[in-house]
Structures are given as structure tokens and as C-alpha cells.
Ligand binder design. Structure first.
Ligand code: SAM
Length: 283
């Protein structure tokens, strides 16, 4: 009987082009006792391309919880397991968190096999600062939730990174323009590493024009990168709110927010919301 604990390998797989996987990843996938895959049929394309015959088991967000205990036991009995997702790096907007959490808690060795990730691929060609960035995953699907999330990010000075699907790419870019400002610089990566790989660069309006130029441009998978806020930050916002407090006694809130935003280089929508709260307090 094997008394040594097995290793959980978290293996990155291609985000489109099947050639984007390293030798180490292939070796690991070939020698583990089981591959946990988000979609076993999808994994089959990669595995058969590289003639890897290891058995696979479906492991996705709906069955992850049920599978974790069994997988921990398997690892504790000495078997090595690999975790892959449909594309890119597992756990990055993909299943696996509970398994890795439990593996860490049980002291099971975990080893990453790094490789493609849509975030880094898109950032590397964005032309925007990459020294500090903030990955936000998918924006909420509903307009109100999307607006709220963007307003929370309005004063974030790091470069922002979002994932987006073809269904919502137009709404996403529109909402970024409306809530973060039309002066933000964007880089939108579409179908990275795939046949129709395209990158769109420019301010939100310019990106919308490119996406609307042909319905085909809205097809596929997207990463949206947005330049961070450039204004002075919290101190300026505090000054702008103070100014707004004085202006709203003399003019409509909309006008007052515009003036305060212009003078102190702050977000008009956010100031408008602060003004609404102020008015409510004064009632
Ligand atoms: N784990 C993956 C990774 O490492 O990038 C991400 C999985 S997440 C469920 C899928 C989203 O990632 C897509 O909706 C899209 O926003 C982005 N994505 C994945 N592959 C992409 C590609 N080839 N081109 C552009 N975006 C991609």
C-alpha cells in the first residue's frame, strides 16, 4: 500500500490554440491517475490531439461540492490528480476553488502547471499599464448591477480587466463609457489565439463603432481592459462633495454635479449619487 499522499496538479490548458500547452503539462496529464475536467468532451479534444489516454471525470461548478471529499480521499490514498478547465488556468473564473481549499486544509501537496490565461494574454498586448491591475471577472448581467459595480470602480487607479461574452459585449462597453467616462482608454481582445483573433483599441465610443461595424465583430469571447482613473482620488472627491453641498442650494443637482465634477476632475455620476444622499439627509 502506498502511504505517500498524492499531488493535486492544477494544469493550465490552451485558451484557443491547441499548441499553447507546454511539455510539462502534457507529461502530467499523461501520468496522473485521473483528470478532473470541467467538460469531459471538451477535454477530449485536447487529450486526443496529444494521444493522452488518462481517464477523465466531469468536475464543474454544479458537482464540485459533491466531488471534493472523494477526491481528497483519493489524493490521501496516494493517487495524483490533475485539474483542468475548459480553457486557460483553472480557478480563474472557473471551477476548482473548493477542491484547492480542501487540499490546502488537508495538507495535500498542490502543484500548478502554469500556462495560458486570457487575462495575461490580453494585458500583454493592451498598451495599458500592467504594473498594477485589478481583475474583475464578469460584470453583473443586469444593467443596475453593472452600473453599481462600475461606480464602485470609478476611483480605481489600477488598470481594470473584465471578462465578457458575445451577448453582453456591447452593453459592457457602453456601460464603461457611461459610468467610468468616455475618456477612458480601452483595449478589447476578441478570440485571442484563435482563428479570428482581433484587438480593438480606443475610447469607448470608438470601440463601439468597431464592434458595430460588422455583427461578426461581436462574436466570440472577449477580454476588456480599461485604463485606471487618473484624477487625484479620495481627497479630490471629498473636496468635490463639499463643493456640491454648497452648489445644490442654488441650482439643480444635475448641474451642480457637472460643475463639481469638472472643477475637481471627479466622476459626475458618483457625485450625483452623493448629492442625492445629501439631499435626503437634509430633508
Ligand atoms: N480560466 C480562463 C482563463 O484562464 O482565462 C477563463 C475562463 S472564463 C469562464 C471564460 C472567459 O474568459 C470568456 O468569457 C472570456 O471573457 C475569457 N476568455 C477565455 N478565452 C478567451 C479567448 N481566447 N479570447 C478572449 N477571451 C477569452
Amino acid at each position: 500500500m502506498n502511504n505517500e499522499t498524492g499531488t493535486l496538479y492544477v494544469v493550465a490548458t490552451p485558451i484557443g490554440n491547441l499548441k499553447d500547452i507546454g511539455q510539462r503539462g502534457l507529461d502530467v496529464l499523461g501520468r496522473v491517475s485521473l483528470i478532473l475536467a470541467e467538460d469531459t468532451r471538451h477535454a477530449g479534444i485536447l487529450l486526443s490531439h496529444y494521444s493522452i489516454a488518462t481517464s477523465t471525470r466531469s468536475f464543474h461548478e454544479h458537482n464540485e461540492q459533491d466531488q471534493v471529499n472523494g477526491m481528497i480521499k483519493r489524493l490521501e490514498s496516494g493517487q495524483d490528480i490533475a485539474l483542468i478547465s475548459d480553457a486557460g488556468t483553472p480557478l480563474i473564473s472557473d471551477p476548482g476553488y473548493r477542491l484547492v481549499f480542501e487540499a490546502v486544509s488537508h495538507g495535500i501537496p498542490i502543484s500548478p502547471i502554469p500556462g495560458p490565461c486570457a487575462i495575461t494574454a490580453a494585458l500583454s498586448v493592451s498598451g495599458l499599464p500592467t504594473d498594477r491591475f485589478c481583475f474583475e471577472g464578469f460584470l453583473p448581467a443586469k444593467p443596475h448591477g453593472r452600473e453599481q459595480r462600475l461606480l464602485e470602480l470609478d476611483r480605481e487607479t489600477r488598470t481594470l480587466v473584465f471578462y465578457e461574452s458575445s451577448h453582453r459585449i456591447l452593453d459592457c462597453v457602453e456601460a464603461i463609457g457611461a459610468n467610468l467616462g468616455e475618456d477612458r482608454k480601452l483595449s478589447v481582445g476578441r478570440e485571442i489565439t484563435k482563428r479570428f483573433e482581433t484587438f480593438y483599441y480606443g475610447h469607448p465610443q470608438a470601440i463601439l463603432e468597431q464592434l458595430n461595424g460588422d455583427p461578426v465583430n461581436q462574436k466570440g469571447e472577449f477580454v476588456v481592459i480599461v485604463s485606471g482613473a487618473t484624477f487625484g482620488g479620495d481627497a479630490d472627491f471629498a473636496k468635490a462633495t463639499h463643493l456640491l453641498g454648497q452648489l445644490i442650494d442654488h441650482m439643480p443637482l444635475k448641474k451642480a454635479s457637472e460643475i463639481a465634477a469638472e472643477i475637481l476632475d471627479c466622476n459626475r455620476n458618483q457625485l450625483y449619487k452623493a448629492g442625492l444622499a445629501m439631499k435626503k439627509e437634509r430633508e
